[in-house]
Design a protein around this ligand. Structure first.
Ligand code: MN
Length: 432
């Protein structure tokens, strides 16, 4: 795990780029990587968000030397996979060099022409995603959902021993902004004799974080817990759209299938492990009586700093709200420390059987709900399985999502004495 703080984390550092001082998710301390297409062009390539601009990595190698120049060349591609194939070192070198270019005014003449207004750019997925695995680390979510099915015994006996997960689908993952088409499928009401086929009536979101793998591991070569942090390229926001009625009918005995693979949305910027270094925090200690992790998942350093001080929010904007120019309504706000397992434990567990992770694989944390209702990360929980409608400020109510509804997830990392950094938006609208 990266534990080194350097000049890029200095909370007093400033950039000559306008708009980086105020309330931006992308101050000089962040420098997230992504893939974008500038306005009027058609070639997707690597970029770095700074304020409300994107720094074009094409054209940057001429201003850099050594590993940073090599990194900029590798990022001149429609995905960041090549940049992270050998680990985080090249991206870290690029971060240091770009920090110098964007802080020292003497570089403004050379670098300013490489800045594009972000609002005019098309933002893509940061990686070509080979595989997608979704975990279930949000213990409050697992308890809330489990309680709806098993009031006395919400967690199954394996939960506190095994980081539970399933293999998802990579082909239907889309960047923020792409509409979600309401899925059709089979659903069966508990009191109905037979299922019917049609559009989902219980369409939901799941608030998750995306953990991107950088360096992979060879088939048959597990990643030890002490090494696992080095395999994490960084984080984005993930919305794991879920059709609850399809899910309830199809999930036994093999788990989620068509209820989850019709569309998943991720925020476009990779907030790197280096940028997140000041925001590493202790994994919350397990409640009294919980088993300790088995030795292959136990590492003192990981327990001391393997969690992230990240706050996540979900907002809903309905068609009627937008028509009335009303602001989006906040559905929830909660901490990423709701994870029962650390990101490193997920990497180690995923590979403990020899399974090979590859650069650009996506690991979802699972829905992250806090213990209180204000921090529940899905409508399934907020509406108690559809029994208690949510009241919106304009008089509308929701149990699940209607066509025209837009979900906007945001997140930021914050810590005492540090410049807060953000993830940008994970936004999508439901279409019938
Ligand atoms: Mn999920």
């Amino acid at each position: 795990m990266t534990t080194m703080l350097d000049k890029t984390h200095d909370p007093h550092a400033t950039s000559w780029v306008e708009g980086t001082e105020g309330d931006t998710p992308f101050p000089i301390q962040n420098l997230p990587l992504g893939i974008f297409t500038p306005p009027g062009e058609n070639r997707a390539r690597g970029g770095i968000a700074i304020g409300d601009k994107v720094l074009d990595l094409v054209g940057l190698p001429g201003l850099l030397q050594g590993p940073a120049a090599e990194a900029a060349r590798l990022a001149d591609a429609p995905a960041l996979n090549a940049l992270f194939t050998s680990g985080n070192d090249l991206a870290d070198a690029l971060r240091l060099a770009v920090f110098d270019l964007l802080t020292d005014p003497k570089h403004e003449g050379d670098v300013a022409p490489l800045l594009h207004p972000m609002a005019g750019c098309t933002l893509h997925l940061p990686f070509a995603i080979g595989d997608y695995t979704d975990f279930y680390t949000g213990i409050h979510h697992a308890e809330n959902v489990g309680r709806q099915f098993r009031p006395d015994n919400p967690l199954l006996p394996n939960y506190k021993y095994v980081p539970i997960g399933y293999h998802g689908r990579a082909s239907s993952i889309r960047p923020s902004g792409d509409d979600v088409i309401r899925p059709h499928g089979q659903r069966k009401a508990p009191d109905a004799d037979a299922p019917v086929f049609g559009p989902s009536q219980r369409l939901d979101y799941e608030l998750e974080m995306a953990i991107w793998t950088g360096r992979g591991n060879a088939l048959g070569a597990p990643v030890p817990i002490t090494e696992a942090g080095r395999h994490i390229a960084g984080l984005s926001i993930l919305n794991d759209w879920s059709a609850r009625d399809l899910q309830a009918w199809e999930y036994q005995p093999l788990g989620p299938f068509l209820a989850k693979n019709f569309h998943s949305t991720v925020s476009p910027w990779l907030v790197t492990s280096a940028a997140l270094t000041p925001f590493r925090t202790a994994q919350p200690s397990r409640p009294e009586g919980d088993p300790a992790p088995l030795p292959y998942l136990a590492d003192a350093l990981d327990q001391a700093q393997g969690a992230y001080a990240v706050i996540m929010e979900v907002h809903l904007s309905t068609a009627a709200m937008r028509e009335a120019s009303a602001p989006p309504f906040r559905l929830s706000r909660g901490p990423m420390t709701a994870m029962y397992w650390t990101a490193a434990q997920l990497i180690t567990h995923h590979t403990c059987n020899g399974c090979n992770l590859q650069p650009g694989d996506l690991l979802g944390t699972g829905t992250l709900s806090g213990p209180e209702r204000e921090s529940f990360g899905s409508l399934l929980e907020l509406s108690q399985g559809g029994k208690t409608p949510i009241q919106l400020p304009n008089g509308e109510t929701r149990t699940f999502l209607l066509d025209g509804d837009e979900i906007v997830m945001t997140a930021h990392a914050e810590a005492e004495g540090r410049r807060r950094i953000g993830f940008g938006e994970c936004r999508a609208r439901i279409r019938g």
